[in-house]
Design a protein around this ligand. Structure first.
Ligand SMILES: Nc1ncnc2c1ncn2[C@@H]1O[C@H](COP(=O)(O)OP(=O)(O)O)[C@@H](O)[C@H]1O
Ligand SMILES: [Mg+2]
Length: 617
């Protein structure tokens, strides 16, 4: 599926709002009704003071006055029926309560649906991003974008955007009502409004940057925690606890200081804002009192006006908050769209899955370089060549061994084969890899990977039982097949020692398996699905020579017609292969059978001689 790019932040927001929009619209509607109901009470108070307690003309809207006129005795009716006013006040309040309830309900539903959609789409996108992207980005930072940034966007859409509607209604309506009561006093009241709004606007633009700094810092902090938790054994083993603790403490303190600075700015903003609002209230109260004494304003109108003015204070201040949240949300959306706009692994139009994966595999003049950042700063990348002009053929159904020291490029070669890494399509000099004559770039990725089984050098077990891990690619766990695979992988004895056997919990929260046990679990995992191409990337490095021999023997039987690639730095692991390729610093230095290579008296022979005594002892 071709995913679109989100050129503008609003596009991404609308994409996320799919499914939750109607709930937010409903919540805005209820919020509107709450605001309207809130605006009624001051008018009732004004009417009560002026026309019920006093004998002034009422300034209520025409249709209400017309209704009052139909009552026996007009406005005088209320003098004898005071509870009716109370009843109206209670009814208005009750209606407002009901509207508030539905506002909250609709808003929460919208929020949950929105967040779910954001998380789902992000997760789906992230797991489809190329390995290179995952290499380039820190896990902790990605997690932060998926949690804290998602939350900021949720808060903005759910709280601030609905707030905005209320704010606009309250401001317009209170100003309208105030104008109806007294124009002069209204002008005084709104004189300071532009000042407050522009002040908060300028201010929030300024702190937008600070929020970004804080966010990035938080990302770095969680990346640090994540790294340390993952590598907790290494930290312990090297007694680096103190160093790591101090490194964390330093970053944490920096983070705190930045926050404190930001909070100081905010505190200054809110309190100076309070001062301006207080000044405005003071102006209204004193100027209104003068008008009242001069008879230009009734007592009821005075009270109502002050109520409306108080209503104006909150939304004007809130407008600043909305703008502030907007800048924060803008940054979060930017950080999320960085993920959403990263290109997923995509198959071209002309890919096929009609390929005989059991055919010859040909590496043709393959060269590869990793793009590596020079320093911690991202942009500048340096190409570090890892493979140079590697050409060899793996005949269908044969077993090929690849021998080479650590860092010689063996794993890279295999990641190129199942396209976790990509050969540069723009650059033909980078060479090509084909299976049964088809360039692997023309093979559907999913199909390719399903048919190439790689036992990774450092296998990863998921939290779950051993059986679940072995049968991870199957829909159902067939215990007989799990046991058979484990037997071939020489895992059965180990399992026999666990009291719970195959039901033993492994992975992050369970029993920690040794490197060799993990490798054998991964081998069993692959044997269960028996793909036509099997790759063992240094998969026997952590098991002892005896078990190594036992597994290889069992594998030989199992893999008669599968193409097998055995990667090792121990000659005994791959000496029985049909062909052995010797890799050194990303170049092929020799290839041939064990006997041919020994006769050549080259690097292979040298390694063989070096390893002989060690193997014998
Ligand atoms: N993701 C990566 N980014 C940058 N360099 C890498 C990456 N993976 C491996 N390398 C480098 O590429 C070289 C070959 O690595 P690799 O293929 O893993 O070797 P081998 O499997 O033979 O030990 C090494 O020098 C290693 O440091
Ligand atoms: Mg390797």
């Amino acid at each position: 599926m071709k995913k679109k790019r989100f050129e503008k932040h609003s596009q991404l927001l609308f994409f996320y709002l799919r499914g939750s929009k109607r709930f937010f619209l409903a919540s805005v509607l209820f919020s509107f009704m709450v605001s309207m109901l809130d605006l009624i009470n001051p008018r009732i108070i004004a009417f009560t003071v002026d026309s019920v307690i006093g004998d002034e003309e009422s300034s209520l809207p025409g249709f209400v006055l017309a209704w009052i006129d139909t009552l026996p005795g007009g406005a005088g009716y209320f003098k004898t029926h005071l509870p009716v006013i109370a009843l109206v006040v209670i009814m208005v309040a009750a209606l407002a309560v009901i509207c508030r309830y539905f506002f909250r309900l609709m808003n929460s539903k919208g929020q949950e649906k929105l967040v779910r959609r954001m998380r789902d789409t992000l997760y789906d996108h992230i797991i489809h991003l190329p390995l290179q992207w995952h290499n380039d980005n820190q896990t902790g930072d990605i997690i932060q974008r998926c949690t804290s940034d998602v939350d900021t966007v949720r808060r903005f859409l759910a709280e601030q955007l609905t707030n905005l509607v209320r704010v606009v209604i309250l401001i317009t309506m209170s100003i309208l009502f105030m104008l109806q009561i007294n124009v002069k006093l209204t002008l005084v009241a709104i004189a300071l409004v532009p000042v407050i709004i522009s002040y908060s606007f300028v201010f929030h633009r300024k702190i937008g940057k600070s929020f970004q700094v804080v966010d990035d810092m938080e990302g770095r902090l969680s990346a640090m925690v994540q790294e340390n938790l993952t590598g907790v054994r290494v930290v312990r083993a090297f007694g680096k606890e103190r160093y790591e603790r101090e490194r964390f403490a330093k970053a944490n303190e920096e983070y705190m200081n930045t926050w404190v600075h930001l909070m100081q700015l905010l505190a200054f903003f809110w309190s100076s804002g309070d001062l301006v609002s207080g000044l405005q209230v003071l102006l209204i109260v004193s100027f209104g009192a003068v008008l009242c004494v001069n008879g230009q304003l009734t007592a009821g109108e005075y009270i109502a006006f002050i109520s409306y003015n108080a209503m104006l204070t909150w939304p004007v201040r809130a407008l600043g908050r909305v703008i502030s949240e907007m800048s924060k949300a803008g940054i979060s959306i930017e950080r999320i769209s960085y993920i959403m706009n990263s290109e997923e692994e995509q198959d071209g139009e002309d890919v096929t899955d009609a390929v005989n994966m059991g055919g010859d595999i040909v590496f043709d003049h393959v060269s590869f370089a990793y793009a590596v950042s020079k320093k911690e700063e991202k942009p500048e990348k340096e190409a570090v060549p890892v493979l140079t002009d590697v050409s060899f053929t793996i005949p269908a159904g044969s077993t090929v061994g690849i021998l080479g020291g650590t860092g010689s490029g063996k794993s890279t070669l295999m990641h190129l084969l199942d396209r976790l890494l990509e050969l540069d399509p723009e650059d033909p000099t980078r060479g090509s890899i084909s299976i049964d004559g088809v360039d692997i770039r023309k093979i559907k990725r999913e199909y390719l990977r399903k048919n190439i089984g790689i036992v990774l050098q450092e296998p990863y077990l998921f939290s779950g039982t051993l059986a679940e891990n072995i049968a991870i690619t199957s829909e159902e766990i067939e215990m007989q097949r799990v046991r058979d695979a484990a037997r071939v992988a020489a895992l059965d004895e180990t399992v026999g020692k666990f009291t719970k056997g195959y039901e033993t919990y492994v992975g992050e929260r369970g029993v920690t398996l040794s490197g060799g046990q993990k490798q054998r679990t991964a081998i069993a995992q692959m044997l269960l699905r028996k793909p036509p191409i099997m790759v063992f990337d240094d998969s026997l490095s952590a098991v002892d020579a005896e078990t190594d021999a036992r597994i290889r023997k069992a594998l030989e039987e199992e893999s008669k017609d599968t193409t097998t690639i055995l990667i090792a730095h121990r000659i005994s692991t791959l000496m029985h292969a049909d062909k052995i390729i010797v890799l050194d610093h990303g170049k092929i230095v020799e290839q041939g059978t064990h006997d041919e290579l020994l006769a050549k008296k080259g690097l292979y022979r040298k390694i063989f001689d070096l390893q002989q005594p060690a193997e014998a002892s």
